[in-house]
Design a protein around this ligand. Structure first.
Ligand SMILES: Cc1ncc(COP(=O)(O)O)c(C=O)c1O
Length: 423
């Protein structure tokens, strides 16, 4: 009886996720500023939230009922309209796009739909933590390679975090089924360059490997950096599944609506998984996201378009938090994209008693103790590394800056006060 209800072996030991643990920590210690999880603490554009309100109470009762399983027609049409010119190929809305319960489910359907027992999957560290779990649950073997910082004497930017090409080449073999790319990158903010993508793409072509490109931060790129969709590069469309998120695009992470797009033969595997676990996503939200895309597409060439105004708005928040972190003893990596800053806290180690926390990894101990003492919550990046490489994240903490200016200012005051007390 006692063994009967054990967690099935395919889920491993079912370790707690960093999100479950840190959301609990936030509830318990109520840090004054939560720069942990990646979501804005302010309103989404008005046209986005208004659309949903109108749809649910409007004239058409069918907007509150089931819609097409693989994606609400108006949404897939708008996604095709948006992405076709961006990838340089006419995307078929009905066979080459799947709408999912957040980018998270797009990742799940892609990995479950393509990874078979014994397949190897190349994952770039640090990674969004669910990749590893999903690969293992599908019977696959993660082969991890870490981005490592180049030695620089001055300001460190996310472009200084690079892959060792020889190490990357050494991971490819006949068992390699998939490579997961994340650009712009969480947590480093790295925006992969054309040359880096070409190297990755050429290896995928040489070894006949599927490239999964998680691009949920596609619109959060700081000039002069440019987001390049690997699916748009020569010979890559036919072997790439690209993943996006309405939550990230329109600052409505609670809407949990995402999508995957790619060639019909590759998308078919995702459809099979999706139709047997989620089947169809929330209709009013899909209709609202579709209308939001229509509105943004109608002003795509104007500076007001949210795809571009959001990055401008985030740039000043990024620069502010970089300055605050520097002034308070951290060494931040300045991100070229995304809305996180990874900062080295080594210089603060002498000011904080890490022995009083019991976690195995130092970054867990630092972020917990810092939240309790300073009232500012950050995320421990070792959570984004495989077991053998967790030490690479131990001297860092991840801070999210898509927060109200007043909360970023509060973080500054709290850090200053904490530092003053420690003198
Ligand atoms: C890299 C990355 N991929 C996927 C997701 C999941 O996105 P969604 O909220 O649309 O499920 C996130 C969310 O933080 C992310 O950072």
């Amino acid at each position: 009886m006692s063994h009967k209800f054990n967690l099935p072996a395919r889920y491993g030991t079912g370790e707690k996720s960093v999100w479950v643990e840190y959301i609990q920590l936030a509830a318990e210690y109520k840090p004054a500023v939560n720069l942990g999880q990646g979501f804005p603490d302010y309103h989404a554009p008005e046209h986005v939230t208004k659309a949903l309100a109108e749809i649910t109470t409007g004239e058409n009762p069918l907007f509150n009922q089931y819609t097409r399983g693989f994606g609400h027609p108006r949404l897939v049409q708008n996604l095709a309209k948006l992405y076709s010119p961006l990838v340089g190929k006419e995307i078929d809305p009905n066979n080459e796009i799947l709408v999912t319960s957040g980018a998270y489910e797009a990742l799940f359907s892609t990995i479950m739909g393509h990874v078979d027992e014994g397949d190897e999957v190349i994952v770039i560290e640090p990674f969004f933590d669910c990749y590893e779990f999903m690969i293992k649950t599908a019977g696959g073997i993660p082969r991890c390679i870490a981005l490592k910082p180049k030695a620089t004497s001055g300001t460190m930017t996310s472009a200084d975090w690079v892959l060792d090409e020889a190490e990357l080449v050494s991971l490819f073999n006949s068992k390699t089924k998939m490579l997961i790319l994340n650009t712009p990158h969480n947590p480093l903010g790295k925006v992969f360059t054309a040359q880096e993508l070409e190297t990755i793409g050429n290896l995928c072509k040489k070894y006949n490997v599927l490239c999964v490109s998680d691009e949920v931060y596609e619109w959060m790129v700081y000039a002069p950096n440019k987001h390049i969709r690997i699916a748009s590069m020569p010979g890559m469309w036919e072997r790439t599944i690209t993943i996006g998120s309405a939550g990230k695009t329109f600052s409505v992470t609670g809407w949990k609506t995402g999508w995957a797009y790619g060639p019909a033969n590759l998308m078919r595997n995702l459809q099979v998984v999706h139709q047997n676990c989620v089947y169809t996503c929330c209709t009013p939200i899909q209709e609202a996201v579709a209308r939001s895309f229509e509105f943004e597409l109608s002003r795509y060439n104007s500076p007001e378009c949210y795809f571009f105004s959001l990055a401008r708005e985030l740039l000043s928040k990024r620069d502010y938090l970089v300055k605050v972190l520097r002034e308070n003893g951290f060494n931040p990596t300045v991100p070229d994209g995304g809305y996180f800053i990874v900062a080295d806290w080594t210089k603060l180690e002498k000011k904080i008693d890490l022995q009083s926390e019991s976690d195995k990894y130092k970054d867990y101990r630092f972020t917990k103790k810092f939240a309790k003492e300073a009232g500012v919550l950050a995320i421990p990046p070792s959570a984004f590394y495989s077991e053998d490489h967790k030490h690479l994240g131990e001297n860092f903490a991840r801070f999210c800056f898509i927060k109200k200016d007043e909360n970023l200012a509060l973080a500054e005051n709290l850090m200053k006060e904490w530092n003053a007390k420690k003198k």
